[in-house]
Design a protein around this ligand. Structure first.
Ligand code: PLP
Length: 498
């Protein structure tokens, strides 16, 4: 199996190359040249395996240049109870009749990003070894909160790597900030940037493409790579948990092998829902993919009209990990739906870069509608949903998951579709305690983030994740705050090459 670029169908690279490079030189994203198939017999077989074995089974289909031993090395190290609070890695909670919460946040940083970022460092170092790359891999991350911490935990003390994370000084929750500034590890760096997430992101992009920096890196046996969801190594681990969840529902006799299910995903960069789409295309019996957005509803409009238009107001919401106006992974979906038409993708994404807007053809629009339903929910709707789920089922869910539940309720009311449904639950409620408590007990006043955590613990059956409880005792290691213009200096100094 080879990988092509969405902007150059003639390019052919192995998965190890795609993962170590992160993004194609032409600016396109790497995609597998064909989508491997998965039979129902295989799904049944997967139901009897551990999570690590399930993951290895799926990876064998995509990472054909990896040996079985290499794949098992990666999965066994990533998906163990060393890193996850539960043996099943991803838990399924039965919420109400025929609706299941796929809890993807039992990892070290309490958000679903761990499902991929626990394994990416192993993929990356294994790929580098296979390709005889003898350079140290430097990971730069711009984060609005969740990715940064998940990447830090994944890469901390991983030999042959170094990681630096930039976050907007006033753009992350206090818990997220504490998670990052107390980060342990010898190869990690964290720095606040005086600006918003876009400032961090464009600062990082600028460093990636700066010729002087690149030359300094090469002279010192260093290379950059990316840990965000443009990297195929972050997407493929997400395909696994949809297949795994289906297999579990079959073995738990909640559904029969072959029954169709719907999947609801709270969406930002379109990575998580694209992974579900891949699972469907492999043969997993998925009926509708329901794309849930917050008030930054560029994807809702796109799926409903075929016009992608980022020229709109940006809102800071209580589901901040979905506050995004450019959903990078949509490029992969459109590449598939245009029949691998790289010229068309170049045209649309060129227009997006230039005018912030493009419109897909009627044919592509119709194909999108076949597989996807889209809806959105504002902060009021999010909080009302958290409260009503709590009142009805004594289940406390986070703000991002609540967006998905609300959009699913709207879908069900509108379509009367009673198909059994998996909702991707993307963060622990503890991680967004302040907003969750505003929803459930608006009069509660807390002294600090730990009081909030204790209060959630009173309300919920879910115990406080060790990783968050331990933060209290960890010293703050990173207090730096810099201007965007100083980011490249910071990187060079940290690497000791200036
Ligand atoms: C990143 C994130 C999302 C959005 O996922 P995408 O893959 O970007 O669509 C949703 N919820 C939480 C909690 C996240 O951290």
């Amino acid at each position: 199996m080879f990988y092509k670029s969405t902007r150059n169908s003639n390019l052919k690279v192995t998965s190890a190359q795609a993962i170590s490079q992160g993004i194609s030189e032409d600016g396109g994203l790497f995609v597998p040249e064909s989508i491997p198939s998965l039979t129902l017999e295989e799904v049944e077989k997967i139901g009897k395996m551990s999570y690590s074995e399930r993951a290895a089974y799926v990876f064998t289909k995509f990472l054909t240049d990896f040996t079985e031993a290499e794949i098992r090395y990666c999965t066994d190290n990533a998906y163990s109870t060393k890193n996850f609070e539960t043996e099943n890695i991803a838990e399924i909670a039965h919420l109400f009749d025929g609706t299941y919460m796929l809890e993807l946040w039992h990892g070290p940083t309490c958000a679903f990003k761990d499902m991929a970022l626990q394994i990416l460092p192993y993929f990356l170092t294994t790929s580098a070894k296979k390709l005889n790359i003898d350079k140290k891999i430097v990971i730069l991350v711009a984060t609005s909160g969740d990715t940064g911490k998940a990447a830090l935990e994944g890469f901390k003390d991983v030999e042959g790597t170094q990681i630096m994370v930039f976050y907007p000084e006033n753009g992350v929750s206090s818990m997220q900030k504490r998670q990052m500034t107390t980060q342990e590890g010898q190869n990690v760096g964290v720095c606040a940037v005086k600006g918003n997430f876009d400032d961090c992101q464009s600062g990082v992009k600028k460093i990636f493409t700066d010729e002087t920096v690149k030359k300094a890196l090469a002279d010192n046996k260093l290379m950059f790579s990316s840990a965000n969801s443009i990297n195929w190594g972050r997407l493929v681990p997400q395909v696994v948990y949809y297949i795994s969840a289906y297999a579990t529902l079959v073995s738990d006799e909640q559904i029969k092998l072959g029954d169709k299910i719907n999947v609801v995903v709270p969406t930002g960069n379109f990575g998580n829902i694209l992974a579900a789409y891949y699972a469907k295309r492999m043969g997993l019996p998925i009926a509708k993919l329901i794309c849930a957005s917050n008030i930054n509803n560029v994807l809702t409009d796109f799926i409903n009209t075929g016009v992608y238009d980022r020229n709109r107001k940006f809102y800071a919401t209580c589901s901040p990990s979905m506050d995004i106006l450019i959903s990078s992974n949509l490029e992969r979906l459109l590449y598939i739906l245009t029949g691998d038409n790289d010229a068309q993708i170049k045209e649309w994404f060129g227009a997006l870069a230039k005018d912030g807007k493009y419109e897909v053809s009627a044919d592509v629009k119709a194909k999108i509608k076949e597989d996807f339903y889209a809806g959105f929910c504002d902060d009021n709707g999010t909080k009302e949903t958290i409260k009503s789920i709590y009142d009805k089922y004594s289940y406390v869910c986070d703000t991002h998951t609540a967006v998905a539940v609300k959009v699913y309720e709207d879908y069900r009311r509108e379509t009367k579709d009673e198909t059994r449904t998996i909702i991707a639950s993307t963060a622990s409620p503890y991680k967004f305690s302040a907003s969750v408590l505003e929803a459930i007990c608006p009069d509660y006043k807390a002294d600090d983030e730990y009081a909030l955590v204790d209060k959630i613990n009173e309300l919920s059956d879910i115990s406080i994740p060790d990783a968050l409880a331990d933060l209290k005792n960890k010293p703050v290691r990173f207090t730096g705050s810099i201007d965007r213009a100083e980011m490249s200096d910071f990187v060079m100094k940290t690497l000791g090459i200036r």
